[in-house]
Design a protein around this ligand. Structure first.
Ligand SMILES: [Fe+2]
Length: 179
């Protein structure tokens, strides 16, 4: 167990249950579990301190990384890959995912999907996406990555889908653009 900050037991239980299902190799069960878990968002909201930043690492081990993510309005973050299964569990607001296909080194936009909370968006290992919200205030979700995202070598692109390069978080923020 490797929590990066002190969070309440109700969210620790959710993370523990995800780990347990992951150890059973049951991705479908994780998705069903999270879909139910975010229907009681108070179990997440009450377990978190007030954050004044948009992305907070909550938990990481070799097999699982968990972030709190509140996407602010009016900004499209750049496309990136995770190199592992990723699940967005949105419990407040809406979230738009732009999905891309590979085109050699570059990528091309394929589709845009907007979900409204409570909603789960699951992405396969090779998925490439960018996120934004069309809400007036930041949305809120917990993002689960089924691996150690912090030490994973992976790629980031410009909003245009070109200029592939190693994912570095400061570059990710710099490459964000107004919606
Ligand atoms: Fe992502």
């Amino acid at each position: 167990m490797s929590y990066k900050l002190d969070i309440g037991n109700s969210l620790k239980e959710i993370i523990n249950d995800v780990k347990r299902l992951q150890n059973q190799g049951d991705l479908e069960a994780i998705l069903v579990f999270l879909q139910n878990a975010i229907k009681q968002p108070e179990n997440i909201i009450n377990a978190l301190p007030e954050f004044d930043c948009e992305e907070v690492l909550l938990y990481v081990d070799q097999g699982l990384t968990v972030y709190y993510i509140a996407t602010p309005p009016g900004i499209l973050y750049p496309p990136h890959e995770h190199g592992m299964v990723a699940i967005s569990a949105l419990y407040k607001g809406t979230e738009t995912h732009v999905f891309y296909d590979r085109d050699g080194e570059d990528i091309i936009e394929r589709t845009r999907v907007t979900v409204r909370s409570p909603a789960i968006v699951d992405m396969e290992i090779d998925a490439i996406h960018a996120i934004c919200t069309h809400d007036d205030v930041p949305n809120q979700g917990i993002h689960f990555y089924l691996g150690d995202l912090e030490s994973k070598s992976r790629y980031l692109w410009d909003i245009t889908g070109d200029n592939p390069r190693q994912y570095i978080h400061s570059d990710y923020l710099k490459a964000a653009r107004p919606l």
